[in-house]
Write a protein that binds this ligand. Sequence first.
Ligand SMILES: *Cc1c(COP(=O)(O)O)cnc(C)c1O
Length: 376
Amino acid sequence: MKTVGMIDIRAQYLRLKEEIDRAVLNVFDSAEFINGNEVKLFEKELAEYNGSSHAIACANGTDALQIALMALDIPPGSEIITPAFSYASATEVCHLMGWKPVFCEVNPDTFLMDENHAESLITPQTKAIIPVHLFGQVCDMHSIMEMAARHNLFVIEDNAQAIGSNYTFPNGRKVKSGAVGHISTTSFFPTKNLGCFGDGGAVLTNDENLARNARMIANHGQHSKYIHHITGMNSRLDTVQAAILRIKLRHLDEFARARQLVAMHYQNDLGNIGEIQLPAKAPGSGHVYNQFTIKLKNAEQRSEFQAHLKENGISTAIYYPMPLYKQVAYHNDIHLETTEQLCETVVSLPVGTEMDTDTLKYITDNIKNKYSRTNS
Ligand SMILES: *Cc1c(COP(=O)(O)O)cnc(C)c1O
């Protein structure tokens, strides 16, 4: 029996070990642990990669959202629309900062924000919308930007799971994910597509004023040393992490291709199983498969599926098991049918940049065995 984890981040390190070890030791040698030259270079290279004018590195992806929203200077009490089927960061930041998260529904097939439902939730208090590019696909940014313009809203793209993905507008213009909204955020948590060896994050924007605000906020609200212009945060990316990320950024497109090959294997091998619904492509979007997420028919089938794979040494995970409005911390008395259904039926399969064909075949053979048994 093989043992297959959700992601093997060690395998990726081993492939780049020589280069990474050298870069990390160089930082030790320079002793520029905070705001070292590697941080400045990484910010420049990240902005260039993404086709954004400015990148501001910070301590993690949740801070990045907080910094982005603070940079927009949104008044307390404002409403901010964000999907209910997502990771908690955007909601958490709203609660912390005194904004009201308003939960919108997602598309049952792509899992991405339902922009029509989002528009129906807009009130005079709504000031911003946070589309989350879930699992590696990009939301319908054309419609979202048009809607935002109609209602005078800021758009903050949560690009933590889709960095390196792309989006094509209906007129054919192609951009990187996270380069469309007024501001975007990403995370370098180790299991993200561009992961460092600890915590890290960044804010990206084409707006010079927003960039200046964000940079000031991330650094104690200082515009120069010991001059505190506004109340900010202490949210910095360590130089060691920046040095690692500079190396990994050069491989990001290749990482995306490796993940796409894994997804292709799953799509080809699992396409004929009636019990399983494979992930749907979102119109205009690329896919970098931070997760490969399938749907089963119901919660019971999903438990059986997970138990069967676990018996064979294969990990699976549920992103996400509970609508955000049902969490004790963010409780809100609403009911969103698709979100609730997804929380009961989705399950994500292992994806990594170093997965070999044998491992992939082992996973899909085990899945096929389960269903040929029940069907016969
Ligand atoms: C990971 C993630 C974040 C938060 O990133 P951290 O670096 O862990 O704070 C925010 N939003 C989404 C969608 C994420 O997947």
